[in-house]
Design a protein around this ligand. Structure first.
Ligand code: PAF
Length: 290
C-alpha cells in the first residue's frame, strides 16, 4: 500500500494510474476506521481498479464547541486495517497541507444544508463540501463512495458533484450496523457503560416508524410522534426526528422513498441515523464487530 501525505504527490499518483487506464475508486474518511468504512473500501474495489482511502480530520467541519480535539485517532491501526482490506493508496495529509492559508472561499451547500444537521451544526456542511471538493481535486476519482448513515452529507455531495460538474460518480452505500441495530460510527467509541445500551433507542425508533408505516400510517406527523415516543428513552436526548424526501424536504405523505432521519445525544456522543421506509432497516448490512 502506498502512503502519501502531499496533495501534489496524490494528484501525480492518480494521474499516473489513470494514464494506464485504471479507474480510481475513492473513500474519504476521518479515520478511526471501522467495518462501515471497510465495506466502502470493498465497494470501491468492486467498481474500480485502484482504491484510494483518505484520512483527514477536517477542522473546517467542526463547530467551536464540538469534538475536534477529542475526535478518536489511531493511524497505526488504520494503516493495518486499510492494507489488510486491499487499499492501494492511503492519503494522509495534515492540516498545513490541506489548508496552507485560511480558506476564505468555501463551497456553500445552499438550502439543503440549512436543515437537520445543518441547523444543529451551523457551517458544518460548508466545511464538509469544501474538504470533499479539495480531496476530489487531488485524487481525481472516477467514483467516490459515501455511507448512507450520513444521509444529508451523501445527498449534498451528490448535488455538489452534479451542480458543479465534478465528473465523479457518487455512490451511496447502505448503513452498516451491529447485530443489535446500532449504526457503526467512529463516535460510538464515546459510548461507555449504559450509554451503549441506551443508544439502541435510535434504531428502535426507526424500526417503530417503519412498522407503523407498513401497518398503513402515512401521516408524517403521526409517524414522527410514534418515533419520538420510542426515541425519548432514559439517558437519550432527542434532537430531531423528521420525515423527508431525498432533497431533505419535509414530505406531505410518507411513501416508500421517504427517509426518516434522526439525531440524539447519548452521554457525550451526538449520534445520527436514518432509514428509507421502503427499504427498511433489515436491508442494511448487519455485522458482528466483537
Ligand atoms: O464522513 C466523513 O467522515 C467526513 O465528513 C468526510 C466526508 C470524510 C469529510 O471530512
Amino acid at each position: 500500500m502506498h502512503e502519501l501525505t502531499s496533495p501534489q504527490e496524490m494528484r501525480a499518483w492518480s494521474r499516473a494510474e489513470r494514464a494506464r487506464n485504471r479507474r480510481i475508486g475513492f473513500v474519504p474518511t476521518m479515520g478511526f476506521l471501522h467495518e462501515g468504512h471497510l465495506r466502502l473500501v470493498d465497494r470501491a474495489r468492486e467498481r474500480s481498479d485502484r482504491v484510494v482511502l483518505s484520512i483527514f480530520v477536517n477542522p473546517l467541519q467542526f463547530g467551536p464547541n464540538e469534538d475536534l480535539a477529542q475526535y478518536p485517532r489511531d493511524l497505526e491501526r488504520d494503516r493495518r486495517l486499510a492494507a489488510a482490506r486491499g487499499v492501494d493508496c492511503l492519503f494522509v495529509p495534515d492540516v498545513a497541507a490541506m489548508y496552507p492559508t485560511e480558506p476564505l472561499v468555501r463551497v456553500h451547500p445552499g438550502p439543503m444544508g440549512d436543515t437537520l444537521e445543518g441547523a444543529a451544526r451551523p457551517g458544518h456542511f460548508a466545511g464538509v463540501l469544501t474538504v470533499v471538493a479539495k480531496l476530489f481535486h487531488y485524487v481525481e476519482p472516477d467514483i467516490a463512495i459515501f455511507g448512507r448513515k450520513d444521509f444529508q452529507q451523501a445527498m449534498l455531495v451528490q448535488r455538489m458533484a452534479r451542480d458543479l460538474d465534478f465528473g465523479v460518480e457518487i455512490d451511496v452505500a447502505p448503513t452498516v450496523r451491529e447485530l443489535d441495530g446500532l449504526a457503526l460510527s467512529s463516535r460510538n467509541t464515546y459510548l461507555k457503560g449504559d450509554d451503549r445500551r441506551a443508544a439502541l433507542a435510535l434504531s428502535r425508533a426507526l424500526r417503530a416508524v417503519e412498522q407503523a408505516w407498513r401497518n398503513g400510517e402515512a401521516d408524517p406527523k403521526a409517524l414522527q410522534r410514534r418515533g419520538l415516543e420510542v426515541l425519548r428513552a432514559p439517558d437519550v436526548r432527542p434532537e430531531y426526528l423528521e420525515l423527508v424526501d431525498d432533497q431533505l424536504r419535509p414530505v406531505a405523505r410518507a411513501d416508500a422513498r421517504t427517509v426518516v432521519v434522526l439525531a440524539a445525544r447519548v452521554g457525550p456522543a451526538r449520534l445520527i441515523d436514518n432509514v428509507v421506509l421502503g427499504e427498511g432497516i433489515a436491508s442494511d448490512v448487519a455485522v458482528r464487530t466483537s
